[in-house]
Design a protein around this ligand. Structure first.
Ligand SMILES: N[C@@H](CCC(=O)N[C@@H](CS)C(=O)NCC(=O)O)C(=O)O
Length: 203
């Protein structure tokens, strides 16, 4: 049985849940309560010395980091495939996934943290800056989405990486420019996809 060490609100753990759902894999979850610093416990550090969720345990395989976990899942459980067959196709997925993980999701998390503060404590300038930066990042997706249905061809690990943040955009007050017709279409399609709907209540 696959076990996911999870914190439901973590977008990186959600990205793994989307892939597990795409592949219709059964799994158990073990909550690592980040609010109680459980990720620093000696027991958890044995699974991931970096002290971060998610971690996936599949029999003797212990894998951490959402990107590495999702590639592991795609190789171990290849149906349906979430990576293209050709090297350049795979490189494009990885570049898009990197954009999601390094630029998009961290800003979504920062904005979420800022908005959780009380009205008085909130840094309005920071909120506006992050909202603008996230909207600008989405602009970069319009060109690839003009020629393909998803960010790097067919639905892939890259779309799974963007999805948790994309679900939060309305709550975060990020407006997607209506001129970005392909981005708008892609967002709608993500919202309608069952694997992504399965994490909606966690987002
Ligand atoms: N690169 C990692 C990032 C994981 C990550 O940042 N997890 C956060 C929660 S969303 C975490 O566990 N933070 C706890 C800590 O840093 O102490 C991945 O993709 O899995």
């Amino acid at each position: 049985m696959i076990v996911l060490y999870d914190f439901p609100e973590c977008p990186y753990a959600q990205k793994v849940r989307i892939v597990l759902a795409e592949k219709e894999l059964e799994f158990e979850t073990k909550l690592v309560d980040l609010r109680r610093n459980e990720q620093r416990s000696a027991e958890f550090l044995k699974l991931n010395p970096l002290g971060k969720v998610p971690v996936l345990v599949d029999e003797e395989a212990v894998v951490y980091d959402s990107t590495i976990i999702n590639e592991y899942l795609d190789e171990e459980y290849p149906n349906p495939p979430l990576m293209p067959e050709d090297s350049y196709g795979r490189a494009k997925v990885r570049m898009m996934e990197d954009l999601a993980d390094m630029l998009f999701t961290p800003r979504v998390e920062l904005l979420q943290t800022e908005l959780r503060r009380g009205e008085g404590e909130r840094d309005a300038e920071k909120v506006r800056r992050l909202q603008t930066e996230i909207a600008q990042l989405l602009r970069r997706l319009e060109l690839p989405l003009q020629s393909t249905r998803f960010v790097a061809g067919e639905f892939s690990l890259a779309d799974a990486a963007f999805a948790p943040g994309v679900l939060l955009l309305p709550k975060l007050g990020v407006e997607v420019d209506s001129a970005l017709v392909h981005v708008q279409r892609w967002i709608k399609e993500l919202h309608e996809r069952p694997s992504i709907q399965s994490i909606q209540q966690l987002a």
